[in-house]
Ligand binder design. Structure first.
Ligand code: DLL
Length: 431
């Protein structure tokens, strides 16, 4: 089913016309209400009223995370505090959090975006959706929550953590949809298997997102839970989840293009790349009134897929993110994304799907070590088997990453499990 065929199946001209009309309006709103944007437009002589096409937006500077930090907490809000009905924040790793606000209308837009995505993934009225994202300042749980309610699903707002109880509730409440990060879903699968209840679960759909994951991870989750695992994408700065999500074809995430205008740029030069090329995703919000984001640099590396999807939706899709440009490691001159290492590791017989990438620095050179769990403790003393595994995994990593990496095997169940976004890379370079 398609939630909003009027827009999800619109032809290109209609989508661009809607985008153009909304873009002009939001740029005027931003200029008139946010000193940061007013000053920027004034400095570059940009006048939204004079725009003639969508591409005119390229004359404007990018907005970056530090712009949000510099305007902490409410400096980029474009409406009086009276009109704000919700605030979320994203902590990040350093410094002050970035704060985002929503008007009532923005919340309706948000639910609409999620309703389209979850419908695309096959969820509908009658589903029981267990939301295992953390409820709080994080946008994930509330975002999915209201969109799922909008389509008529029964939402179980269990939040993240307390993993044994999650499985109990999943079984007792007959959850059919699981909302989580892929890494937490993997931990939940492992816990359900250990509890011997996997065959009692009624799950049929996974709505996974909030962190990069690979096709290998999808296959692992689909196999273990016996579900269709779909992925969705978003970020707090532009709304939260709801920017894009996969349909059941699982060939890229359909973008809610009437709400988000997407560009792909060369992350080094800032140049806008031709359609279909891989680069950094830049998003402009077309209908977010509390806090418009103009040309926000997401740091996420992806490409736009422009062909029509088999599902009948016409909206552009974004490919699974390869990673964040700031997560890319440069090892002996070779660029490596953690997702490439994940692809090499998952599905290998004899090791589990959890892994850690340790990065250190010696004599000004970055070094990397990959830690994986053996599935069988006894193999820790079986040198022949360890050697066979080391060669096999080493070859896979070399094929995908063009690099040799030391591999360390550890006992089963010893690597850290995650209840939210996984941190697979342990960066010890500054120690
Ligand atoms: O993670 C919003 C979200 C919640 C999306 C739930 C999907 C589901 P932030 O905490 O602000 O917001 O983190 C945003 O997470 O820039 C990406 O780097 C990463 N991210 C989110 N979804 C995906 C995905 C939410 N499907 C940052 N694939 C983004 C890869 C993702 N990375």
């Amino acid at each position: 089913m398609i939630w909003n065929p009027g827009i999800e199946q619109a032809d290109r001209e209609t989508i661009r016309a809607v985008q153009f009309e909304r873009l002009k309006k939001i740029l005027i709103h931003a200029r008139d209400n946010v000193p940061f944007y007013r000053d920027r437009m004034a400095a570059s002589g940009f006048v939204p009223e004079e725009m003639t096409c969508l591409e005119d937006i390229q004359k404007l500077d990018f907005t970056v995370k530090t712009d949000l930090r510099d305007n902490y907490p409410y400096g980029l809000f474009a409406v009086p505090m009276d009109d704000i009905v919700r605030v979320h924040a994203s902590s990040g790793t350093t410094g002050k959090p970035i704060v985002v606000g929503y008007t009532k209308e923005d919340l309706e837009t948000w639910s609409e975006c999620i309703a389209r995505i979850v419908t695309g993934a096959g969820a509908s009225k009658g589903d029981i959706a267990q939301v295992a994202f953390g409820y709080g300042l994080f946008t994930g749980a509330f975002g999915l929550h209201y969109g799922l309610e909008k389509i008529g699903a029964a939402v179980v707002p269990i939040s993240s953590g307390n993993t044994a109880r999650q499985i109990q509730i999943m079984e007792d409440f007959g959850a059919t949809v699981l909302v989580a990060t892929p890494s937490y879903a993997l931990y939940l699968a492992e816990t359900a298997e250990k509890a011997g209840v996997m065959d009692k679960l009624k799950l049929r759909i996974g709505l996974f997102g909030a962190e990069p994951s690979t096709e290998a991870m999808r296959e692992e989750l689909e196999r273990r839970f016996g579900i269709i695992a779909t992925e969705n994408y978003g970020l707090s700065e532009v709304m939260g989840p709801g920017v894009a999500g996969e349909c059941t074809c699982k060939k890229g995430m359909h973008i809610n293009e009437d709400f988000f205008y997407c560009e792909i740029i060369n992350p080094e030069t800032g140049e806008v790349l031709p359609e279909g090329e891989q680069g950094e995703l830049v998003i402009t919000t077309l209908s977010k009134y509390a806090m418009p984001m103009i040309r926000y640099r997401t740091r996420d590396i992806t490409r736009l897929l422009t062909e029509k999807c088999e599902c009948g939706r016409t909206t552009y899709r974004m490919e699974k993110c390869k990673g964040r440009s700031d997560d890319m490691l440069i090892i002996r001159g070779v660029n490596v994304f953690p997702s490439q290492i994940e692809t090499a590791l998952l599905g290998v017989q004899g090791i589990g799907p959890h892994y850690e990438i340790i990065v250190t620095r010696e004599n000004y050179t970055d070094k990397i070590e990959v830690r994986v769990e053996l599935t069988d403790e006894e193999n820790l003393d079986n040198f022949a088997e360890l050697e066979r595994l080391r060669n096999y995994i080493g070859n896979r990593i070399r094929t995908i990453c063009q690099l040799d990496m030391p591999i360390r095997f550890v006992s089963p169940n010893t690597l850290k499990r995650f209840e939210g976004k996984a941190r697979r890379v342990v960066d010890l370079r500054n120690q």
